[in-house]
Design a protein around this ligand. Structure first.
Ligand code: 5AD
Ligand code: SF4
Length: 472
């Protein structure tokens, strides 16, 4: 029986608050063009959420600036995935304190995954009392209302708003201020039900909930019609798309719908959980016109003992089976992955199994992390005997092995023809920054700016991080 989540429609609920806020700035504060600064930490989901905050701020009459110095509103959209992500946020908000002193009318707002944790909110209240508004991930749809209520309560002695609700919902119809005219993120679902033992995400983002397919189809179609060429579908585990919906639709079914539009465009998705990456998914990609042959499939570790403690629900062998199946169906498929080094109880022999796995799979690149204990997750309480120094040595060893593999993959591409998307143009040095289907950057000298176009390029050389190509 699917669980029903409430759907908040921005147009119906929040537009009036935007108009009122605009009026307050114009009539009461005598500010005709207020400025907002938005700083985003963490994953693509947060980048996508920030595009919504920027869109809503624009509707409230704010100009979005890259500079926080003269901003009327400063918003930090935070990340809680690892301790260093949180420390970055604390460091940066500390620096805002002096701006707030200079301009007491400035509104400082914190939102995102960090603020969904009680312990962090306590710390914010006690140590960072100059922050005006704090709200969690489930309140995004009420953003204009939160600002309006704050502005209205400003005259009161303690106007601080700590909004801390835990109601999972779906947010539709937010105005989006996208950061690119070529590449777009489209959120297809939120939340996660997997509870990997190290991960804070299910606690701060709530349970899995999917958007209605027709809303996603409409959004993607309109992006393609307006010239977008590269769409990344976002979700913590896109492979479980559809599970809470009444319709009989799963992720491959959604992909088929989105693959059916006219014209040249690329469809990507992230993130996929290996336990839910089905044969149907790879069969769909193999038959599709537009779906990228690059798949991000986080394996986290190569040791079955550690994978079990991580609650990942697959083994090294079953992961390799998936890779082999995909390679049989899609011969030019490329994989990237996430690895956590130094999970509690991981022995050097376990780590060596990870090294062995990455040699077997030959990922084109890896995102590597040292385990970071997150309060409230099961792994937080596990005994961890390996020192940070030792874990760093393991990580460096892993990176060295991966660097060699990535370099080999790039060198094997020399001489090949690649269909690339020109993303940006460097006017001074006359070259295009392009991306292959496998998400590898290719620098292509060109007298003309072809940004936003697909081009054929011959790969002529490779460097540490990218490829060099020439237009055909
Ligand atoms: N410590 C280290 N890395 C983590 N990740 C998630 N939680 C933690 C943690 N507590 C990594 C995983 C995940 C990626 C987004 O972040 O590899 O796939
Ligand atoms: Fe975290 Fe695991 Fe969910 Fe990914 S699948 S968000 S690692 S709990």
């Amino acid at each position: 029986m699917p669980i029903a989540f409430s759907v908040h429609n921005y147009a119906e609920e929040q537009r009036e608050y935007c108009k009122k806020i605009k009026k307050i700035y114009e009539d009461l504060f005598k500010v005709q063009s207020p400025v907002a600064y938005v700083k985003t930490y963490g994953c693509q989901q947060n980048v996508s959420d920030s595009e919504k905050y920027k869109g809503m701020l624009s509707e409230m009459g704010f100009n979005i600036s890259e500079n926080c110095e003269n901003a009327n509103v400063i918003l930090f959209n935070t990340c809680a995935i690892r301790e260093n992500a949180e420390n970055k946020v604390f460091g940066n908000i500390g620096r805002i304190k002096f701006l707030k002193k200079k301009n007491p009318n400035m509104i400082v707002i914190l939102c995102g995954c960090m603020t969904q944790q009680q312990s962090i909110c306590e710390k914010l209240k006690s140590t960072y009392s100059f922050i005006d508004i704090v709200f969690g991930t489930h309140e995004a749809h009420k953003f204009p209302e939160i600002i309006y209520n704050f502005l209205n309560s400003r005259e009161l002695k303690s106007p601080k708003k700590y909004v801390f609700l835990n109601q999972d919902s779906i947010f539709e119809g937010a105005p989006l201020k996208r950061s690119s005219k070529i590449k777009a993120f489209v959120s297809v679902m939120s939340g996660c039900n997997n509870f990997c033992s190290y991960c804070i995400v299910p606690y701060v983002r709530g349970r899995e909930r999917s958007r209605e397919p027709e809303n996603i189809v409409r959004e993607c179609k309109s992006l393609i019609d307006s010239g977008y060429k590269d769409i990344t579908l976002l979700g913590q585990n896109v492979n479980s798309y559809g599970k809470n919906l009444d319709h009989n639709i799963n992720f491959p079914g959604l992909l088929k719908k989105l693959d059916s539009f006219e014209g040249e465009y690329k469809l990507r998705f992230m993130t996929s959980h290996p336990k839910d990456a089905t044969h149907e998914l790879f069969d769909t990609i193999a038959k599709s016109q537009h779906i990228s042959h690059h798949i991000h499939l986080p394996v986290q570790c190569g040791s079955n003992k550690v994978l079990e403690k991580m609650n990942r629900k697959y083994t090294k062998e079953s992961y390799l089976d998936i890779i082999n199946y995909a390679r049989k169906k899609i011969p030019d498929v490329s994989f990237t992955s996430d690895i956590i080094v130094g999970f509690p109880g991981e022995a050097y022999e376990d780590f060596l199994e990870t090294v062995d796995l990455i040699k077997k799979v030959r990922f084109s690149s890896l995102f590597t992390f040292i385990f970071s204990p997150r309060l409230g997750t099961p792994a937080y309480d596990l005994k961890d005997e390996i020192s940070k120094e030792e874990k760093t040595k393991w990580l460096l060893k892993l990176l060295k092995v991966q660097e060699k593999i990535s370099e080999e993959i790039r060198s094997e591409m020399v001489g090949q023809k690649e269909r690339v998307l020109a993303e940006t143009y460097c006017e001074d040095q006359k070259y295009l920054m392009c991306r292959t289907d496998g998400s590898i950057i290719v620098k292509v000298p060109s007298e003309r700016n072809f940004s936003g176009e697909f081009l054929d390029a011959q790969i002529i050389d490779h460097s540490r991080e990218s490829l060099l190509g020439k237009l055909i």
